[in-house]
Design a protein around this ligand. Structure first.
Ligand code: NAG
Ligand code: NAG
Ligand code: NAG
Length: 207
């Protein structure tokens, strides 16, 4: 019994260590550091619903950036083939050219189908080359640097840390949203500025 308990405590201890503490709060930040509302979005670059939601989200943010803080988290879902290496490329962009990160996100969402329609026939080599090509086209970073980043353990770890952060917040799919740290499932279907406007109106009028 004692031994069993010991094993249990040990395995709990190692389970608790599974989510590494990010060096900074996870994600890409937009807007004021102190705001009444912080909206966190969890996106997958290969998810069609994330692509459909993103333009209106950024538009609403742009119109309300004097008070709204927006944090973009990368949450590659396991069922979207090659989503993880795309996310790894995103970590490279964030490190080398963060000022082009939003361009990179937009580019993926706009060209998503020309990638996902063909992933069934891609091996990892082909996929990585395509990812490097998209990343280079959207940011100006050299293709060979991106392919190197895709086999670099540091960027792999960074992408994992973000994924684990989302998992630790029980993010079940994308797009998902936290408002001031609270999961808001109702936001899942919002794809228009009007949708966000009424969402926030309802919040501030206490509904
Ligand atoms: C991807 O496939 C869908 C469904 O077959 C099609 O409607 C769409 O035009 C394709 N897009 C590209 C860029 O190939
Ligand atoms: C999103 O829309 C779908 C299709 O209209 C609907 O089935 C689902 O319940 C909606 N989800 C939320 C959280 O509103
Ligand atoms: C947040 O505060 C700003 C400035 O005080 C205000 O203009 C904005 O409407 C507030 N947002 C919400 C959703 O209440």
């Amino acid at each position: 019994m004692k031994i069993l308990l010991g094993v249990l405590v040990l395995s709990l201890a190692s389970a608790i260590q599974v989510v590494p503490i990010p060096k900074y709060y996870d994600g890409y930040y937009l807007g004021p550091a102190h705001s009444n509302y912080t909206l966190e979005t969890f996106i997958d670059l290969l998810c069609p619903k994330s692509a459909a939601a993103f333009p209106a989200l950024i538009q609403y943010y742009t119109q309300n950036q004097h008070w709204l803080e927006l944090i973009i988290h990368q949450s590659p879902m396991s069922y979207n083939t090659f989503s993880f290496p795309v996310s790894q490329a995103g970590k490279f962009v964030l490190e080398k050219k963060s000022e082009r990160y939003l361009d990179w996100v937009y580019y993926w969402f706009q060209h998503q189908q020309s990638f996902t329609n063909n992933t069934a026939s891609y091996d990892f080599y082909t996929a990585n080359n395509k990812i490097a090509q998209f990343t280079s086209q959207s940011t100006g970073l050299p293709i060979n640097q991106v392919t190197q980043a895709l086999s670099n353990q540091d960027f792999n770890t960074k992408a994992r840390v973000s994924w684990k952060f989302g998992a630790s917040r029980n993010i079940p799919g994308t797009p998902s949203y936290l408002l001031n740290g609270v999961w808001v499932p109702d936001a899942y279907n919002i794809t228009t500025v009007a949708g966000w406007t009424s969402f926030f109106q309802a919040i501030s009028s206490g509904n």
